[in-house]
Design a binder for this molecule. Sequence first.
Ligand code: ZN
Length: 398
Amino acid sequence: MIIHDIFSKNKHDKMKKITVAIALFLSSLTVQAQDNEIYRMKEFARENKRQIINIPDVGEFKILKADFHMHTVFSDGQVWPNVRVQEAWQEGLDAISLTEHVEILPFRQDVKVNTTRSYDLAKRMADENNIILIKGTEITRNTPPGHFNAIFINHSEGFIADLDSERDDEAIGKVIDQNAFIIWDHPGWRASTIEGSYEWVDFVDRLHKNKALGGIEVFNGFSFFKKALDWAVDKNLAVIGNSDIHNLIAHTYDLDADHVNRTMTLVFAKERTAESIREALDAGRTVAWASKYLAGKEEHVVSLFNACVSIGTAHHSVVRKDQSGRELKTNYYEIVNKSDLYFELELTKGDGTEEIILYPSSSQMITAAAGQDSLEYKVVSAYVRSDQHPVISFSLRE
Ligand code: ZN
């Protein structure tokens, strides 16, 4: 019995060994088989992430990043609507509007065109990615008066698709009836070829007097229409920056370069909602942003600057004697830019560092002669009129 038991145990062990050996052999076969299958080279994929554009709150307002003018294949753009949402998510935007032309439809043979179809197709992805998608369109009349974006529309029924100038009033009336927020687009678009295309024309004046015009594109893509800034300031209209993108953003903008972003509008909104954006636009609380440049009403540009930039107390002093033996004391200060905006400053009043570049999210050292209360600079990278930069002041504390 005992012998038999031992024998059977040995036999059992032997069987176990064989089983293990077979299992190992099979598993090595499996590994080899896997090696012959598919290797996903994920290390080469674009990192799936959203850029954060840091801009601090200005008083009670959040600064929302918005692009209210872009196109897809549903008018004369090069991309499907979801691509616009992907771009906006990657680039850190809060709100976008797909503004298809009512009249310019080069792909009408290929795409079943409908002005708000791109909105419908993009809405789900926008919701999932926390991008505020605003329903819009572009009313594209002959220049002048030119093109008008209408955002916060409800529907696209009854729009005028022909370009008969006699019907301009009727065409814009279709979006006025919907209480849309209307933006005069790129007012100097054909300035060199069409007379009157960079003028405050009667049509626009009538819209303004009827309180139907809400804003003007001062920045459109790579263009800065300086006269348009004066019109916006003088007539209290929202200063708008939009990309008017037709191709891919990354195809058009050198996003890998320093200080380059798509042209957009910074909206001073009470909340991060579509309703708050509308309220801010109606109140004209915006600053247009194009990479290194800002444009807006003085109060908004200055309050934005002051929210982003601060100066510390003097952290160091140096005393030297001038030729007559008089002692001169120089104080050292650190200036911090906690935003991703770019500012260039030139000294206009006081004795201190003459030129300052405040790079995004960085600090800079300046000096100032002791005994002064403040230094004044103009922010030459920002515009508050066509020929005027905002002036800011740094309080000096020893
Ligand atoms: Zn456009």
